[in-house]
Design a protein around this ligand. Structure first.
Ligand code: TXA
Ligand code: MG
Length: 317
């Protein structure tokens, strides 16, 4: 990627084909939806998903929404329920995201869910978004296409201003109609409105036939990294380990001997792409302690260290 360029792709079949090819090659392509522009990558490609977090400059791994072209594809990745069906019938395609249990055999990157066992799924209504997703033919992970802390982009120039030099391309689909992000409804348990958005609470209540619970904790909504606190390895986690003690499972970084190495070359994007998968694999060995090499605290290292310090925090209960 040329650091001064960002390809602007036309809203045509040729543009969709080029964008889909970039996704297949692990690239980052921003695309319009009816709500805001999303920063898309192949949801099954760990490295591409790690690049999303890097491009946004997020200091922590927020779980990402996965976008699909059709309902049957969604059902391959999550456990579908009657309530999901009712809401999907009423509001899909459209500005509604559903959070459902992820199927254990789904090939979606663990970095997309930041280690959670639920997956946020959405079927956008926007014509070019649907055409592009159909051309690609697989799930696309996409947060809003802005740098962390900046406002959400509703036209291509916002994406160009915020992300030039950090992503490969933007599909130019003009201005987004809705302008606020999708409504997020959690369905892993009883229905909960997790984030207000394009579909209103009244519309949801009318569809469900009863009032929907609303998550009151505004902080949990604006800082959803906290959602991850319930996911921690069974093993204790020892950070900044410069030597390994007997019986420890060793998660290395850089040129060290270890059980699994986040990146032998010391590449932070590669390390992020392996983080959740490797924690999971080491934990499955059933040891008492996972020791982790020091991770440099810059770039994606900040998000990696955030996640590791959560995993190492004293457990409640
Ligand atoms: O309209 C939208 O939803 C846009 C367009 C691009 O689709 N996307 C968007 O993504 O707003 P983002 O990353 O800016 O916001 C995603 C939100 C985050 O607050 C995140 O915590 C929540 O979705 N989320 C994702 N997966 C979740 C999960 N498994 N459980 C709970 N919340 C989840
Ligand atoms: Mg956002």
């Amino acid at each position: 990627m040329n650091s001064s360029s960002l390809q602007i792709l036309p809203d045509t079949d040729a543009g969709y084909t080029r964008a889909a090819d970039l996704w297949r090659a692990g690239g980052l392509v921003a695309f319009p939806t009816e709500t805001v522009y999303g920063l898309g990558a192949d949801a099954c490609n760990d490295h591409a998903v790690a690049r999303i977090y890097e491009a946004k400059g997020r200091p922590s791994f927020n779980p990402l929404i996965v976008h699909f072209a059709d309902l049957n594809a969604v059902k391959q990745h999550v456990t579908w329920t009657a309530e999901a069906d009712g809401l999907a019938q009423a509001f899909w395609p459209g500005p509604l995201t559903l959070v459902l249990p992820k199927k254990p055999d789904s090939p979606i990157s663990k970095l997309v869910t930041a280690g959670l066992e639920t997956l946020a799924v959405r079927l956008p209504a926007h014509g070019p978004a649907r055409a592009l997703l159909k051309t690609f033919g697989g799930p696309v992970a996409a947060p809003s296409a802005n740098r962390s802390g900046q406002i959400s982009p509703t036209q291509p120039s916002h994406v160009v201003d915020g992300l030039t030099g950090r992503i490969d391309a933007v599909l130019d689909g003009g201005r987004c109609d809705v302008g606020v992000e999708s409504t997020i409804v959690g369905l892993a348990d009883r229905p909960v409105l997790l984030r207000p958005g394009g579909v209103t609470e009244e519309q949801l209540t009318a569809c469900l036939g009863h009032p929907i619970a609303v998550r009151k904790n505004a902080e949990a909504i604006s800082a959803p990294g906290q959602l991850m606190s319930h996911y921690a390895p069974n093993a204790a986690v020892r950070l900044n380990a410069t030597d390994w003690q007997d019986g420890e499972l060793c998660l290395g970084f850089g040129a060290v001997e270890c059980d699994l190495n986040l990146s032998a070359d010391g590449d932070l994007v590669e390390a992020a792409s392996h983080l959740f998968e490797y924690l999971h694999q080491l934990d499955a060995k059933g040891g008492a302690v996972i020791a982790v090499s020091p991770i440099p605290h810059h770039g994606l290292g900040v998000a990696i260290n955030d996640r590791l310090s959560r995993a190492a925090a004293p457990r409640e209960g």
